[in-house]
Design a protein around this ligand. Structure first.
Ligand code: CP3
Length: 348
C-alpha cells in the first residue's frame, strides 16, 4: 500500500515527498477531453463507472500518490434543492438572494440525493486496491455561498459580499445550512471509503481578516468537529489568502493547503510546525519549459526539506491548457528528490 500521502498528512516520516495535483482529473488530459466529447460533465459525475474512470486517468499516466474522486464542489448542493448546469463553469438555476430563499433550502441527506458519489468512492477504492489512497472533498461554506448568492462564478463575487454587509444574519443562516450539509456529505464519502478529505475554500481570500473568522473559518471549524470522530486526515485549502494564513492554521485541519502566492517556507514559519503543509507551485509555472519546471518544482521541495509533513502539489488547480510534458517534469522532480528528506533527517 502506498501510504506516503497519508503519512505526510500525519507528519510521519516518509521515503519521499508525496505528490498529487489539485484538479488532476480533467481537461488538460486528452483522454478526459475524448470521454467528454460524448458525455456531458454532470453525467460523468453522476455515473459511478465514468467518475471512477476519469479519477483513474491521471494515475495511468503519472505515478501520483493520491487519487481524488471526480465530482464538483457544487454538486452536493442538489441535496438542498439547488439546480445547476455547467458550461464549463457552474450556473445556478436560481441565485439565492433573500432570507425566504435561504429558509426554504431543504436539507435532505446526501446519501439520498447524491448516492452516486458514495458509490463512486467505494468503487474507486476497490479499483485502486491500495495503489494510492482516495481523497474525498467538499467546498467550504463561504466558497459555496459565493456561488449560490452570485448564481455563477464571477470575479470578486460581489453579491455575497453585498449580502455580508446588508444582511449578515441571512448569510450566517445560509452558512449554517451549508455547514450541516457539507458535514453530512463528507461523512458519506468517508463512510464509503475516502481515506482523507479536502475542504476547498477557493474564495475565502475575498474576505478581510476581521470577516474571515465569522463568515468562513468558524464554519470550517464546525465541519471539522463534525467529522473528527471518523479519524481521517483533513486538508483545508484556502486560496488567495496570504493575509489569512495564521488564522487559517487554527481551523483544526491536519494539513493546510497553501496557495501559490506565499513562498511555502515563509508560510511554514508563519503557521508553525503543528500541521502539515500542501503545495504550492504556481499552476502557471507549468507553462514554462520542462527544464524550468524542474527548477521551480525543486525549489518548492528544497524549501520544505527536513520539515515533517509536506505534500507536494500546485498552489491552485491545474489549468486546462497545461502541457503534459510539464506534468511529467513535475513528477520527475519529486521522484529525483527521493530519499533526500531521509538523508537530511539522518544528518541532523
Ligand atoms: O481531479 C479533480 O480534482 C477533479 C474534480 C474536481 C472538479 N472540480 C471537476 C470539474 C474538483 C475537486 C473540483 C473543485 C472545484 N469546482 C472548485 C475548487 C477548486 C478550485 O479550483 O478552486 C471550484 C471553485 C469549482 C467550481 C467549478 N466547477 C468551476 C469554476 C468550473 C469551471 C471551470 C474550471 O475551473 O474547470 C467547474 C466545472 C468543472 N469541475 C470541470 C471539472 C473537470 C470542467 C467541466 C468540463 O469538463 O467541461
Amino acid at each position: 500500500m502506498n501510504d506516503r500521502f497519508l503519512r505526510a498528512c500525519r507528519r510521519q516520516p516518509v521515503d519521499r515527498t508525496p505528490l498529487w495535483i489539485m484538479r488532476q482529473a480533467g481537461r488538460y488530459l486528452p483522454e478526459y477531453r475524448a470521454l467528454r466529447k460524448d458525455v456531458d460533465f454532470l453525467t460523468v459525475c453522476k455515473t459511478p463507472e465514468l467518475a471512477v474512470e476519469v479519477s483513474l486517468q491521471p494515475l495511468r499516466r503519472f505515478p501520483l500518490d493520491a487519487s481524488i474522486i471526480f465530482s464538483d464542489i457544487l454538486l452536493p448542493l442538489e441535496a438542498l434543492g439547488c439546480r445547476m448546469t455547467f458550461n464549463p463553469g457552474p450556473k445556478l438555476a436560481e441565485p439565492i438572494r433573500t432570507r425566504a430563499q435561504v429558509d426554504a433550502l431543504d436539507a435532505r441527506p446526501a446519501a439520498e440525493v447524491v448516492p452516486y458519489v458514495a458509490e463512486a468512492v467505494s468503487m474507486l477504492r476497490r479499483e485502486l486496491d491500495g495503489k494510492t489512497p482516495v481523497i474525498g472533498f467538499c467546498g467550504a461554506p463561504f466558497t459555496l455561498a459565493a456561488y449560490l448568492v452570485q448564481g455563477e462564478g464571477k470575479e470578486g463575487f460581489g453579491a455575497v459580499k453585498t449580502m455580508l454587509y446588508r444582511e449578515p444574519g441571512t448569510l450566517e443562516r445560509l452558512l449554517e445550512t451549508l455547514t450541516a450539509a457539507m458535514t453530512d456529505y463528507l461523512r458519506l464519502q468517508i463512510g464509503a471509503g475516502a481515506q482523507a478529505v479536502q475542504i476547498f475554500d477557493s474564495w475565502a481570500g475575498l474576505l478581510a481578516p476581521a470577516q474571515y473568522e465569522p463568515f468562513a473559518l468558524r464554519w470550517v471549524r464546525a465541519i471539522l468537529a463534525g467529522v473528527r470522530d471518523l479519524g481521517v486526515p483533513v486538508i483545508y485549502f484556502v486560496n488567495g489568502a496570504p493575509h489569512l494564513l495564521e488564522a487559517a492554521a487554527t481551523s483544526g485541519a491536519d494539513v493546510l493547503g497553501i496557495c501559490w502566492r506565499t513562498p511555502i517556507d515563509v508560510a511554514a514559519a508563519r503557521v508553525g510546525p503543528s500541521l502539515a503543509l500542501q503545495g504550492n507551485l504556481d499552476p502557471h509555472a507549468l507553462f514554462a519549459d520542462p527544464t524550468e519546471v524542474t527548477r521551480l518544482a525543486t525549489d518548492v521541495l528544497d524549501r520544505m526539506t527536513g520539515r515533517a509533513g509536506h505534500i507536494m502539489n500546485l498552489g491552485h488547480g491545474i489549468l486546462p491548457e497545461t502541457p503534459i510534458p510539464s506534468v511529467e517534469a513535475l513528477v520527475a522532480a519529486v521522484h529525483a528528490h527521493t530519499g533526500r528528506d531521509a538523508a537530511v533527517a539522518a544528518q541532523s
